[in-house]
Every structure is written in structure tokens, then in C-alpha cells.
Design a protein around this ligand. Structure first.
Ligand code: FEO
Length: 391
């Protein structure tokens, strides 16, 4: 069994296999964290994805008789956390189910529950004996219904989606996994899930001001017990949209022309000593591009023109980035064409709609770029790097 503090246990499930989490590639799987609090009364906070119910139940049975659970607390109704609620409510039919008001509405939309749900408006906190569970709404961190549960006696925050990572591992705590992998997965998680919600995440972080926290236990990945300040500091940086002097180039290519332009631009950026990474969309998944993009200052998007329009893979990632609304980026589009062009205009319109400040340019070449055009692309890379350094 995994004890977090006396009377507080992790009873979640490890999903080693998942590689697609609603469109986000999860190279290292994930966990669905549920927490059991054993006091004079027993509470289960969050559940797991439905197929992992048995794994959670086995873990609960190591600690208590699951039929004796008094409270089932749903911090968030998304099915990766609520999927096992119906089965759990059948195991412990007398348990009171507690959720935010919007959480109750959402749970009732997803499931047919025999037990009515108590809103945290009626019960903003519950006493378990020596421990108290305080419920705090944090709307849009991740869904409108999201809330967190705080246990003041133990200074433990059960933060649900916030501060999570999609990381399956044998270690349950931050001091048991490679810190670089942990930081990478926390970055990928914030970038691909929480980036567009920075205002509400910021509000949630502000609401923690003055709250004593020793342990942050999210609903995915590892539990921050060594130094929860590490992840808090990263979140503060991300919600501010802080950027590094770095450029991300993403492109797709038909006959290598757009690729040649991408590489020429990158050479120009390197000439100026600015860090740059290139992502060929045939090779790199869109969510890995976004992870790299999160704190980069510059973004350049290249597309060939196909049938007077943008290349489909480029259209796909632009739709993804537009939804994620990156902060504080400057960028530009480039590409190649064979007939009348069209991709660059589309890419620019999408980048603008994503909130990216556009640098105008004419890096769009007919068929194969000539030596002079390659030189021009490299020169553009240099001037773009200059803007990155200035901003
Ligand atoms: Fe992990 Fe919003 O669910």
C-alpha cells in the first residue's frame, strides 16, 4: 500500500499502455490517482477510469472494507476520474456522494446514479474525525466543475488535474522518479491541457495563497512531497506566459522545398546564436511540438500549397495551437507552391487567430527554392532571430 501521510493512501491505477489521451500523445502512459482517507469515517477522493475499477478496489481492500466507505468525493466529473464512480457507489451504497454543483450536474448527465449527489454548497467541508476535508471550487482548472480537496491537519492538497503529469511509473512520489523526465511530462501536461486555461489556473493558484501545503497530490502521475514548490514555481512561470530566447519551427513538405526553406531559416537563426528546434510533422506528433512550444518565444510554420490550400497536417496542428492559445509568441509563415500559392495566407490567418504576433515576410517560393531564395530564407532567419533577442 502507498501511504502519503498517516491515514491518507494512494489507491489509484497505473495505465502503462495509454498513448492517446484525447489527442495528446502520452509516451509514458499515465496514472489515475484516487485517495483514501481513513479516519473515524472513511472517504474516497476521486476514482479511476472505468476499466481500472478492479485495480482501485484491490488497493482499497488492502486498507479498509470498501463497503464501509462513508463518502465518495468527486473533484472532477471527466470520465478519467469519475468512470469508476457508478461501480464504487454500488460497492458502498450508503456512501454520500459529494461534488461541486456543476460536478453533480455533469455526473448526472454521464451516469445513472442511484444515490443523490450532495453539492459542496451544502457541505463545503466534512469532518472525518481527526481530519477535515475542505472543498474549494477551481472552475476551468480543468472543466467548469473542477474542485480541489484540502486536508488542513496534514497540509495535503488533492489538486485533481492541476499539477499532474501523464507518467506511469513504479514510483509514486517526486523523489522516486527521474527529475528531468518528471519536469518534461509536467511541461507536456500543462502545455497540452492547461495552456489555454491560464487565467483560471492562475486564479486557482492565487486562491492557494497563504494555504500551508506540504504535499500536492494530483490526479495524474506522481505526488509532489519532496518540494511542492518546484511545481508551483513552474506553474507560476507558465501562467505568466514567460518565454525563453528560443524558436520552434514546424513544417510539412511534399517535394522537400518547404523543408529546404525551413532548414535555411534555422541556419539563419543559429547564425545569430539563438536556439532553434525543427519539427517535421511527418515525424513529430503535434502534442510534442506543443510541449516544445510552451515557453519558446518564436514560432515559424511552413507549409506547401496543396490544391491552392494549406497542407492537411499543417492545418491540423494550426487548429490544435489555435485552441491552446499560446501566450507571448512572435511568429511567421513560410512555404512553397507550384501554381498560385495559398498556404502561407491561410497559415498566417490561423497564427494570427491563435494570438501570435506575425512578422511579415515573402518567404514563399515557386516549386524548388533557388540558391538566391535559400540565401533569402537564411537572411530572414537572421532577422527573425534579431527580433527574438529584442523582444
Ligand atoms: Fe484528468 Fe480533466 O481529467
Amino acid at each position: 500500500m502507498t501511504k502519503i501521510k498517516e491515514g491518507i493512501y494512494w489507491v489509484g491505477a497505473i495505465d502503462w499502455d495509454i498513448r492517446d489521451f484525447h489527442g495528446y500523445i502520452t509516451h509514458r502512459g499515465t496514472t489515475y490517482n484516487a485517495y483514501l482517507i481513513k479516519d473515524e469515517k472513511i472517504a474516497l477522493v476521486d476514482f479511476v477510469k472505468e476499466p481500472f475499477f478492479d485495480e482501485m478496489l484491490d488497493r482499497i481492500e488492502e486498507i479498509v472494507d470498501p463497503t464501509k466507505i462513508d463518502y465518495l468525493i468527486s473533484n472532477h466529473a471527466e470520465p478519467d476520474h469519475s468512470g469508476a464512480l457508478v461501480k464504487m457507489a454500488k460497492v458502498a451504497p450508503q456512501a454520500e456522494i459529494i461534488a461541486s454543483e456543476r460536478g453533480a450536474n455533469t455526473l448526472n448527465k454521464y451516469y445513472s446514479l442511484d444515490t443523490p449527489i450532495t453539492s459542496i454548497k451544502e457541505k463545503p467541508q466534512i469532518e472525518l474525525g481527526t481530519k477535515t476535508l475542505h472543498f474549494v471550487e477551481v472552475p476551468m482548472a480543468h472543466w467548469p466543475d473542477s474542485m480541489v480537496t484540502y486536508i488542513p491537519e496534514d497540509k495535503v492538497l488533492l489538486s485533481n488535474d492541476a499539477f499532474g503529469q501523464h507518467l506511469a511509473s513504479s514510483g509514486r512520489f517526486d523523489d522516486e522518479v527521474d527529475p528531468d523526465i518528471l519536469k518534461h511530462e509536467a511541461t507536456a501536461y500543462y502545455g497540452n491541457i492547461l495552456m489555454p486555461l491560464w487565467r483560471t489556473v492562475n486564479r486557482a493558484i492565487n486562491s492557494l495563497e497563504g494555504v500551508e501545503i506540504e504535499i500536492i497530490a494530483p490526479s495524474h502521475g506522481i505526488i509532489w512531497r519532496g518540494n511542492p514548490g518546484t511545481i508551483l514555481e513552474l506553474y507560476v512561470k507558465w501562467v505568466k506566459g514567460a518565454t525563453e530566447e528560443r524558436v520552434v519551427i514546424l513544417y510539412d513538405t511534399m517535394w522537400k522545398s518547404t523543408e529546404k526553406i525551413a532548414k535555411a531559416i534555422s541556419q539563419g537563426i543559429m547564425d545569430e546564436g539563438v536556439s532553434v528546434r525543427i519539427h517535421n510533422l511527418k515525424v513529430t506528433h503535434r502534442s510534442d511540438v506543443v510541449t516544445d512550444l510552451l515557453d519558446a518565444r518564436g514560432v515559424l510554420v511552413g507549409s506547401p500549397t496543396l490544391n491552392n490550400h494549406v497542407f492537411p497536417s499543417v492545418a491540423g496542428i494550426l487548429a490544435y495551437i489555435r485552441g491552446l492559445k499560446p501566450q507571448n509568441k512572435i511568429g511567421a509563415a513560410f512555404g512553397s507552391y507550384g501554381w498560385g500559392g495559398g498556404a502561407k495566407r491561410y497559415v498566417e490567418a490561423e497564427m494570427k487567430a491563435a494570438g501570435i504576433e506575425l512578422i511579415e515576410n515573402d518567404i514563399e517560393f515557386l516549386y524548388k527554392p533557388t540558391k538566391d531564395e535559400i540565401k533569402k530564407a537564411r537572411e530572414f532567419g537572421r532577422s527573425f532571430a534579431g527580433k527574438i533577442k529584442e523582444s
